[in-house]
Design a binder for this molecule. Structure first.
Ligand code: FHN
Length: 433
């Protein structure tokens, strides 16, 4: 009897939760799944201090002092056409910029707060310029939006894992904070044309200690812009109803070398990995540890091999220009993609996860696999390639030497004696569909 009641209850719960999920219809993710490469931008007043976007929290700097940055932040050399042009030249298909990071500073002309770009010496709406330019140059634009706020009193700062050194004493007012966020999100989705993605961050600051009202927030987004994708970098395995893709931070989907994805496994949604170009998100004057273009291209191939997009970050300098190191790498990636982009864009996950030797992507029509080989040291590659028909080098001269054993299904590819491409030696494998 107990069993029957329990299964009836479970069934009811399942119906309830599927009804909940149905309340927020999913958006069309096809463009996202073909895009494979996007630009992340962390930009705000913290750039002035050249110590990353967490500087208020890490140094720490109390709110009263930190707010002086509003008088100093003057990105006079910001040129939306150049940012968008560089992203396009890099072969990126979308851009996601911090509309508001954890310091709570708004990068647009918001009516909800005085703490924002309009009250700096610069005084112009960065998001407006970017959205106009993205429309002009045909690049999709999305907004990062921090759920955390180190500045506002109404944010429930006492239970937060960060922002406790801001010097706040006033009681928080959570419902008021939620309404504030909804009002800001409404502005972003009403006044800036088509928004491709709303990208949330900061759930981890409170976890379950608060009710984030996601159902209301996500429904609002769907109502205002049904095609806007919803992503949330909450580092959890299970997406909340209404989310359109799953984010992994500084790691390939399903991996946890950086420590942000402990216990986070791959869900059923399209995937994105966000990664820094050096070691920092926001501009860090000391950070010279840029990944090489080769490493970045390999990262892009490995991410695509997992069926994911790479959202590669740029932390512009306080005057609004990209660092020369970033621009150099972006343009080099773009040059590579202009030749070999068909092995990345529009592809799907390969038949195996990324390996030490390289990564595999699959063409959307299923007729080709692309083996991206980075390491020739084993001298040969033995792979069971589903539906194998034939194989050839795509970007190396000469014939590919291989043996396909029909009995075992293994194809052995000879790498010994071959001079590799310094970045990525690509083998195109034709397979039965
Ligand atoms: O705290 C942020 C951090 O500053 C940055 O924005 C990254 C980007 O994924 N996300 C947070 C940490 O999870």
């Amino acid at each position: 009897m107990k069993k029957i009641v329990l299964s009836a209850t479970l069934a009811l719960l399942a119906i309830n939760s599927s009804l909940c999920a149905q309340e927020i219809p999913g958006a069309d993710t096809r463009w996202f799944e073909d895009a494979r490469f996007g630009m992340f931008i962390h930009f705000g007043p913290y750039a002035v201090l050249g110590d990353g976007e967490w500087v208020m929290n890490t140094r720490p700097i109390a709110r009263a002092e930190y707010m002086q940055l509003q008088d100093f932040f003057n990105p006079a050399a910001f040129d939306a056409a150049e940012w968008v042009g560089t992203a396009k030249a890099a072969g990126m298909k979308y851009m996601i910029i911090t509309s508001r990071h954890h310091d709570g500073f708004s990068m647009w002309d918001t009516a909800q707060s005085e703490w924002g770009i309009m009250n700096t010496p610069y005084g112009k709406d960065i998001l407006r310029q970017l959205s106009d330019e993205c429309r002009k140059q045909g690049l999709k634009l999305g907004f990062y939006y921090s759920l955390v706020d180190w500045n506002r009193d109404d944010y429930q700062w006492r239970t937060g894992s960060s922002g406790r050194t801001a010097g706040r004493t006033a009681p928080s007012d959570w419902e008021h904070y939620i309404e504030f966020m909804k009002a800001q999100i409404t502005e972003l989705l009403t006044d800036y044309g088509d928004v491709a993605v709303m990208w949330f961050d900061g759930n981890w600051d409170q976890g379950d200690k608060v009710d984030w009202h996601y159902n209301e927030i996500y429904s609002l987004i769907r109502r205002l812009q049904p095609d806007c994708l919803i992503a949330n970098n909450h580092h959890l395995s299970d997406p909340f109803p209404g989310e359109d893709y799953q984010v992994f931070e500084r790691d390939l989907p399903g991996e946890n070398s950086a420590g942000y994805s402990a216990g986070q496994s791959i869900a059923h949604l399209p995937l994105e990995t966000c990664q820094t170009m050096n070691g920092s998100w926001g501009y860090n004057i000391n950070d010279r540890w840029y990944k090489s273009t080769t490493d970045l291209i390999r990262l892009l191939a490995r991410t695509a091999c997992m069926g994911g997009n790479l959202l590669l970050n740029v932390g512009p300098m306080p005057d609004g220009r990209f660092t020369p190191q970033s621009t150099e790498r972006l343009l080099e990636m773009g040059r590579w993609l202009s030749q070999w982009g068909h092995t990345i864009y529009g592809t799907r996950a390969g038949f195996i996860k990324p390996q030490e030797w390289g990564a595999v992507t699959r063409s959307a029509d299923g007729g080709k696999y692309y083996l991206h080989v980075f390491d020739f040291s084993d001298g040969a590659l033995a792979l069971k390639i589903p539906g194998f028909v034939s194989a050839r080098w795509l970007n190396l001269p000469g014939e590919l030497r291989y043996n396909h054993d029909r009995k075992t299904g293994y194809t052995t590819i000879v790498l010994e004696g071959v001079t590799p491409d310094p970045t990525d030696s690509i083998i195109e494998v034709t397979v039965k569909k």
